[in-house]
Write a protein that binds this ligand. Structure first.
Ligand SMILES: CC(C)(COP(=O)(O)OP(=O)(O)OC[C@H]1O[C@@H](n2cnc3c(N)ncnc32)[C@H](O)[C@@H]1OP(=O)(O)O)[C@@H](O)C(=O)NCCC(=O)NCCS
Length: 145
């Protein structure tokens, strides 16, 4: 297995990899378009890594190098995903470890992630990697009539 930085030509395959789970409650998937991924990696200077198995992309991580201008040394893990058939093979762990090494070199001191409270799998994953729950919050919605 190979891990490398995301290139432009990887955007469609990573989009497709995540897309089949969009909107599924059990996957807590994201809803980014290809355009957004491109913008995130380009204009916003996001850090993106992929893992390949025989040239096929099977996992990726997308990290915002800087959380905000108020928190310039904090990075923000936006999404990490491993194809179902490859889970529990420590692939996400390898992606995260490499990303952290890169962020450290850039002078970053904190990495923030947010997950849905019921996403137990990823909560276990992040706790395994020494993340601590700092705060939990509500997402509120109302109809606008
Ligand atoms: C969360 C996710 C990225 C983990 O990927 P993974 O490659 O399977 O994780 P790893 O194999 O590196 O797991 C490392 C450790 O995390 C914990 N962990 C991971 N998945 C787990 C699970 N299903 N149940 C319990 N613990 C789990 C374990 O402690 C594991 O170590 P172990 O296998 O030695 O016990 C993957 O399940 C996924 O893609 N989920 C859907 C997308 C998602 O919810 N992403 C998070 C939102 S940002």
């Amino acid at each position: 297995m190979d891990i490398r930085l995301i290139k432009n030509q990887d955007i469609t395959p990573i989009y497709k990899l995540g897309k089949k789970d969009f909107g599924k409650n059990d996957e807590y998937s994201w809803d980014w378009s290809k355009k957004e991924i491109k913008k995130f990696l380009g204009k916003f200077g996001g850090l993106g890594l992929i893992c390949l198995d025989k040239k096929k992309i099977i996992a990726f991580v997308l990290i915002g190098k800087t959380y905000s201008s108020q928190k310039p040394k904090t990075s923000w893990l936006r999404y990490i995903f491993v194809a179902k058939e490859h889970r529990r093979e420590k692939i996400a762990s390898k992606l995260l470890d490499l990303a952290i090494k890169k962020l450290k070199k850039m002078g970053k001191i904190d990495l923030e992630a947010d997950i849905y409270t019921e996403n137990n799998t990823s909560l276990k994953f992040f706790k395994f990697h020494k993340f601590k729950v700092r705060e939990s919050y509500f997402i509120l919605l109302r109809k606008i009539k």
